[in-house]
Design a binder for this molecule. Structure first.
Ligand code: AMP
Length: 201
């Protein structure tokens, strides 16, 4: 099982990725985690990425392709993987297509968790207010707004890319976590029968 999870920050990609890991015995490939480890270890990639990550910007595509290519060469990916946080640009999606073709691997699914950004913001703001004192609601909402803006500009086109290749499937990410899991499961059970599960647009 090789799949990609797409969706904005706060959509629940990490949670769903972890569930897929235990359900299918695959590995979670989170490029954010890989980069944070590289920064901590002080590697060349880490040195290049650290400041960019601090600014909330995207690390250049060539670096990301190098990171993911090396990771896919590791033996633990043989059973499959769920990509979480990659690809984040259309160039990365195209690079991944070339990489997988080189390795003679196919993707089984690209699943987008679709969320209502207004509702997402309201939810986060409400939660921050409930926790008043620990986190300032404004700060939290501001940060999320910035991350959503980067997502909208650079990463939303990735969903359009996979829609154009006929690989995109969508799930309502606003549903309860267990229901989202159930729906992803349903899509994956039908992987290879994509005529029944094409995204409607
Ligand atoms: P995440 O944990 O997925 O939110 O990623 C944390 C940060 O790492 C992002 O804000 C980016 O700066 C960087 N990053 C992670 N994945 C990518 C990617 N695929 N392309 C570019 N930058 C990335």
């Amino acid at each position: 099982m090789r799949l990609i999870l797409l969706g904005p920050p706060g959509a629940g990609k990490g949670t769903q990725a972890q569930r897929l890991v235990s359900r299918y015995g695959i590995v979670q490939l989170s490029t954010g985690d890989m980069l944070r480890a590289a920064v901590k270890a002080g590697t060349t990639v880490g040195k290049a990425a650290g400041a960019i990550m601090d600014r909330g910007e995207l690390v250049p595509d060539d670096i990301m392709m190098q990171v993911i290519s090396e990771r896919l060469d590791q033996a633990d990916t043989t059973n499959g993987f769920v990509l979480d946080g990659f690809p984040r640009t259309v160039a990365q999606a195209e690079g991944l297509d070339r990489l997988l073709a080189d390795k003679r691997l196919d993707l089984d699914a690209v699943v987008e968790l679709v969320v209502d950004e207004e509702a997402l913001l309201a939810r986060i703001e409400g939660r921050a207010r409930e926790n008043a004192g620990a986190v300032r609601a404004d700060d939290n909402a501001e940060t999320l707004k910035k991350r959503l803006a980067v997502y909208r500009q650079q990463t939303a086109p990735v969903a359009a890319y996979y829609r154009s290749t006929g690989q995109l499937q969508t799930v309502d990410g606003m549903l309860p976590i267990d229901e989202v899991s159930r729906q992803i499961d349903g899509l994956l059970a039908g992987a290879g029968r994509e005529e029944f599960h094409q995204a409607s647009g």
